[in-house]
Write a protein that binds this ligand. Structure first.
Ligand code: SAM
Length: 337
């Protein structure tokens, strides 16, 4: 069974923030769209391992098969391996991944792989040490060590999440592509979201990715879309793959969104952009709710899902081939050329 929302979008992915704590302070961070609360200041309890596993088990029983751990920085949790092990053992799970800043991954990559984590996305906005520190307040050598450890531990694929910032790293894309080629990773270029950053910051640093996409389209040997991942475009260039994520101005992103989020405070969140229709599962769980009652809360949250960007569908990337002339290859990918 797979749940679909009122617009017919299937619910296939769960993105769980397991903490709001982070060891970096990235200027551009959207904090997964969460309002910053006492949890981030460490004054309320985070979800326990058992609570995270139970919420995920309920989600998987409703047809969600792909789970991503996020935060905050997931590696800040000392019990991360237990979380991973517990989720990896749930029957019906097809994919378990994590997005991380990678700075303390070097120490833990192998153990996490053994516990059942399958793949990782590592945030890497630049290869320039000074720029990296300016943007994140961290040290680039730590994240580069994390990338190396992730590849050596056998995570596959390892993706490098590069949020594109106007005037900062727009011209570093080919250098990042070279790095991805050398390390056997995939480059994921991400358009800046106007979430948890102020308008002034967004207007200075936001850059549309259409020109990059056009360049990639010309160089690519093959182009695909990930149908159940917001129809994002994947460009296969010689010896390197580049994915492009540009949600806000692209109605395709919303039209093909298959996600539900769980906030670090145990609330189901239907959209990165919204906090006005959260559904609390943690409080009822702590008050003794049964699995059936928790399932009903998931079904309620699914009914609340709707494309945020309904009016702007199809306004971006129209120069590129899209689904109409695609030949369907499998459940997830459409080959465009
Ligand atoms: N600390 C972890 C990390 O760095 O991956 C997980 C949290 S971070 C919020 C998750 C992802 O969101 C990262 O890949 C990051 O690059 C991306 N991200 C953060 N702020 C963003 C923004 N304003 N727009 C688009 N993507 C953003």
């Amino acid at each position: 069974m797979v749940l679909t929302d009122k617009c017919g979008r299937p619910l296939l992915n769960l993105r769980i923030s397991i903490t709001q704590r982070c060891n970096l302070r990235c200027d551009y961070c959207h904090k997964e769209g969460e309002e910053i609360t006492s949890c981030s200041r460490g004054t309320t309890e985070e979800m326990t391992v058992e609570e995270i596993i139970r919420i995920t088990r309920i989600a998987i029983s409703l047809g969600i098969a792909r789970v991503k751990l996020t935060g905050g920085e997931p590696l800040m949790r000392k019990d991360l391996c237990e979380i991973v092990k517990g989720i990896a053992a749930i029957p019906g799970l097809k994919d378990l991944s994590m997005t991380t800043n990678g700075t303390i991954l070097g120490f833990q990559a192998r153990e996490l792989r053994i516990c059942g984590l399958r793949r990782v996305n590592i945030s890497l906005p630049t290869l320039n040490a000074e720029t990296y520190t300016k943007l994140t307040k961290g040290k680039i050598e730590n994240v580069l060590e994390g990338v190396k450890a992730a590849v050596e531990a056998g995570f596959y694929p390892v993706k490098l999440n590069m949020v594109i910032l106007n005037g900062v790293n727009v011209d570093s894309v080919s250098e990042m592509m070279d790095f991805a080629r050398q390390t056997g990773t995939i480059l994921q270029m991400i358009e800046l979201d106007p979430v948890n950053v102020d308008n002034a910051y967004f207007s200075v640093y936001h850059k549309f990715l259409d020109a990059h996409e056009e360049m990639l389209n010309q160089k690519a040997l093959k182009v695909e879309t990930r149908r159940f991942m917001q129809n994002r475009l994947i460009f296969h260039l010689p010896k390197v793959t580049v994915e492009v994520v540009h949600p806000i101005e692209n109605g395709e992103f919303c039209a093909h969104c298959t996600r539900l989020r769980v906030t670090s405070e145990g609330k189901l969140k239907t959209c990165l952009m919204r906090n006005d229709n959260l559904v609390d599962v943690l409080a009822p769980m702590r008050q003794g709710a049964s699995d059936e009652e928790l399932k009903a809360l998931f079904i309620d949250a699914n009914h609340l899902r709707e494309p945020y960007n309904k009016r702007r569908q199809g306004t971006s990337n129209q120069q590129l081939p899209r689904e109409g002339n695609a030949s369907s290859t499998d459940f997830e990918f459409n080959v465009l050329r």
